[in-house]
Ligand binder design. Structure first.
Ligand SMILES: [Zn+2]
Length: 422
């Protein structure tokens, strides 16, 4: 890859993070729950999660941070500022993974934050505002639903009681799992945050395709998830002539094509996906009587998302009439689009430019802890490329130079907000 990513792009006088130290920390953390294929399996609130948390806490303490754990298990490592009355400039992400997860998703954002602290320590720099590194509980939502649980509680998206009561497939609740690993912390209102930055691998192919090192994230896409049920009539595949069928799968397949068209007509940022489909009775010689499938629509602004919703419902009604079936559309999840804070987005853009890294504006198609934090504090995100845009996969990979670049941008953006003490 011929990306402009060398740390030597930065002027000699500029404070820079230690890319090798960051990489070593990523590799050390990845050993906890490491899989034979080179990935990581460290599900939220398991014994392995505890080991990962303990290692982070040990590193943060060694770097002079004080540690606070809240009631949903979020960890806040704090580097004191000159003016402790100021709200902290925060960064962070998550260290839980998917069952076949990678080394970088989430872990990068947490360890980039730790690397910022270590860099400030090594340079003897004191900031006016405190610096905090957050480890958010259960971002992935693999063991416990909902996803982005810790940041969601922090931002008031749902209550602590609701989160603690959720159970995994074995019937263990979040509250029980937190207590078992020793991370059920103190309850109390979420503390104020002056600014929040999250560095994350892109989890998509856009930066790599455009050969850019830094993604300046403008917003997270809004999401509407649906269950669609098409009801037709089962009948024998042989004796039933074509014009007398009420084929639920035929109707469903035409709706699937419409979902794709609805998004394609709104490129580049709109998305439309049918990822799951169940056919009843799913038998070779029976005309399908009922089909249930998921629809996932995403867009950067609410007007467009609403427009896509209307287009989906219109397509379902029209195709149902043409196929003589019923189509029921039920929205099951809604995440509003979340724009990030303009002056922090600008700080990321300026940081990349000053350091000589190639960059481009980006949107986040996935949910991140920053999306919830943005509801209660100024927030922005920094994306770096990952190999082939692949994540949630053991083969997830990233270039050390890109991770280093993103961390340097993070350092610069955080310093601009926290200010170097006189
Ligand atoms: Zn993540």
């Amino acid at each position: 890859m011929d990306m402009q990513s060398s740390p030597t792009a930065a002027p000699a006088s500029t404070l820079c993070i230690d890319g090798a130290r960051l990489w070593q920390s990523l590799m050390d953390l990845a050993r906890i729950g490491g899989t034979p294929k080179g990935g990581v399996c460290r599900l939220a609130l398991t014994e392995l999660d505890r080991q990962g948390r303990d290692l982070f806490v040990q590193w943060a303490r060694e770097a002079g941070c004080s540690i606070r754990v809240d009631a949903i298990g979020n960890i806040f490592a704090r580097r004191a500022g000159q003016d402790e009355a100021l709200p902290p400039v925060m960064t962070g992400s998550h260290i839980d993974t998917q069952p076949t997860g990678g080394k970088f998703d989430g872990n990068y954002g947490v360890l980039a934050g730790l690397e910022v602290v270590r860099t400030l320590n090594a340079a003897g720099i004191r900031t006016r505002a405190p610096i905090e590194v957050a480890v958010w509980t259960n971002e992935e939502g693999s063991r416990f639903v909902p996803v982005m649980m810790g940041s969601g509680v922090f931002a008031g998206a749902f209550t602590l009681e609701h989160a603690l009561a959720q159970r995994d497939a074995q019937g263990v609740s979040v509250g029980e799992a937190l207590a078992a690993i020793g991370y059920a912390g103190e309850s109390g209102p979420a503390h104020a945050v002056g600014a929040y930055f999250e560095a994350h691998i892109e989890q998509g192919p856009v930066l790599e395709k455009h050969q850019r090192v830094i993604g300046v994230v403008q917003a997270a896409l809004g999401q509407r998830w649906y269950d669609v049920t098409v009801q037709g009539m089962e009948a024998h595949a042989g004796p039933t002539p074509m014009e007398l069928r009420r084929d639920a799968l035929l109707a469903a397949s035409r709706i699937v094509a419409e979902v794709n068209r609805i998004a394609v007509e709104r490129m580049p940022h709109a998305r439309g996906t049918v990822g799951s489909l169940e056919v009843f009775p799913n038998s070779r010689n029976v005309i399908p009587g009922r089909v249930k499938f998921s629809v996932d629509l995403r867009a950067p602004d609410d007007a467009q998302l609403q427009d896509m919703d209307a287009a989906l419902r219109a397509a379902c009604a029209r195709i149902a009439a043409e196929c003589q079936v019923q189509a029921e559309v039920e929205q099951v999840v809604y995440f509003p689009p979340q724009p990030f804070t303009p002056h922090l987005v600008q700080a990321v853009r300026a940081g990349a430019a000053e350091l000589g890294y190639s960059s481009m504006d980006a949107v986040s198609g996935a949910g991140h802890d920053a999306v919830y934090v943005a509801r209660v504090a100024p927030a922005a995100m920094i994306f770096v490329p990952c190999a082939d845009g692949i994540s949630h996969n053991e083969i997830e990979d990233a270039e050390p130079a890109h991770l280093e670049a993103g961390c340097n941008v993070l350092l610069r953006a955080m310093l601009a907000q926290a200010e170097i003490a006189a």
